[in-house]
Design a protein around this ligand. Structure first.
Ligand SMILES: NC(=O)c1ccc[n+]([C@@H]2O[C@H](COP(=O)([O-])OP(=O)(O)OC[C@H]3O[C@@H](n4cnc5c(N)ncnc54)[C@H](O)[C@@H]3O)[C@@H](O)[C@H]2O)c1
Length: 355
């Protein structure tokens, strides 16, 4: 007893209250969040909202939580401190603002919104209500990307010359029959849905985007969103890069980054290092093993990675300690600006300068 008191007194054991989470949208992402929240210290899942009665029933059965059909009623629930927004993209802004105005912190799935104006309103709503707004880019939390960011920060790569993104996945017709295939609900295709994770990493490593020139095609006739896109990017630090993404490739053909620094280069694919400067294949394998152990991660089996629980943990800490999380609303906006600029450039066939 005395030992516990001494540890508490010295700040070595946290006595912080649990953050009670709600989830809005209990589909693919909602279920990932539910499992992640259950695995995070200091988090408790207390409510789930979905318009589908079947999903509400599933949520009640799996987690024994309060369920809501209307998110406005969940925003009124005093038992909810924070929410994960896991809705189709066009609903992110209105849902997030509803919760922020009720003093609930919001962790919103990517993309932050489908327009820059909406994203800016969300950021302002968080500032006005003194609550936290975070955007899910879970790959930032994986050890491999933390490791790369640290090498860059320490100047070990030298000056970054280029950073290119490659995302080659397969999404079948059933996937595109949902909101994902409809531009008014998704705001775009492969760029805003899949490539945005890697575009975010690239812009995080290079201090944001400055200019883009993009091209896209829709290979499947019935879609109103692009399923292939190519873009050239100039980042704020002067580095250049290509973005090459498709959902028409072989399943899990791979995704990752090529970062070329003046001292050495790094290539990643599917959460592992493929090439790292002059490191031998044994050294690279032992690094990859470390990364796999960190997330108990099986590359190629799960393209969502293992960062959701780590991001939720960081978000909780940001609420408890009243400090910004690693991925803020502004970060979500920076990645979104690049994506929307590529979509615009593909339409106008003009270079777009980001402001
Ligand atoms: N970070 C990741 O790796 C990752 C993975 C998958 C999806 N996502 C993101 O998560 C979000 C949701 O995607 P998903 O694949 O889970 O979609 P989904 O279609 O599987 O789930 C969306 C859920 O929202 C519910 N819904 C729709 N309108 C609603 C409303 N007004 N109120 C309450 N519930 C409503 C639907 O019934 C459905 O259950 C998107 O932003 C997507 O980009 C992120």
């Amino acid at each position: 007893m005395i030992i516990i008191y001494v540890l508490l007194y010295n700040g070595m054991i946290s006595r912080k209250a649990k953050i009670r989470f709600g989830i809005v949208g209990f589909g693919v992402a909602g279920r990932i969040h539910a499992e992640a929240i259950r695995n995070v210290y200091c988090a408790e899942l207390v409510a789930i909202c979905d318009i589908s009665e079947r999903k509400r029933e599933m949520a009640r059965r799996l987690y024994g939580v309060s369920v809501y059909a209307d998110l406005v009623n969940m925003a009124d629930d005093d038992e909810v401190d924070a929410v994960s927004i896991c809705l189709p993209h066009h609903l992110h802004a209105s849902a997030t603002i509803t919760f922020l105005q009720m003093q609930k912190s919001v962790l919103c799935e990517k993309p932050l919104a489908t327009s820059v104006a909406d994203a800016q309103l969300m950021i302002k709503a968080a500032q006005a209500s003194n609550t936290m707004l975070g955007v899910v880019f879970q790959h930032r939390y994986e050890m491999i990307n933390q490791f790369i960011r640290e090498e860059i920060n320490q100047g070990l790569l030298g000056k970054i010359i280029s950073t290119s993104v490659s995302v080659k996945w397969q999404k079948n017709p059933v996937y595109y029959r949902g909101w994902q295939g409809n531009i008014s609900e998704s705001g775009g295709g492969v760029l805003i849905n899949q490539a945005i994770h890697f575009i975010d990493l690239a812009q995080w490593f290079n201090g944001g985007g400055k200019e883009v020139y993009g091209m896209s095609i829709t290979a499947r006739d019935h879609l109103s969103v692009e399923d292939n896109a190519i873009a050239l990017v100039v980042y704020k630090n002067g580095a250049v890069g290509a973005i090459d993404c498709s959902t028409c490739a072989n399943p899990m053909m791979g995704s990752g980054l090529d970062i070329i620094g003046s001292n050495y280069s790094i290539r990643t694919r599917d959460g592992e290092i493929v090439s790292w400067g002059r490191k031998s294949s044994n050294e690279i394998e032992s690094l990859n093993e470390k990364f796999r152990q960190h997330g108990k991660f099986k590359p190629k089996q799960n393209h969502y990675g293992y960062g959701h629980a780590l991001q939720i943990q960081d978000f909780i800490q940001s609420i408890q300690e009243v400090k910004q999380p690693l991925v803020t609303g502004e970060d979500g906006l920076s990645a979104l600006k690049i994506v929307l600029a590529i979509i615009e450039s593909a339409k106008t066939q003009e270079k777009v300068t980001l402001c």
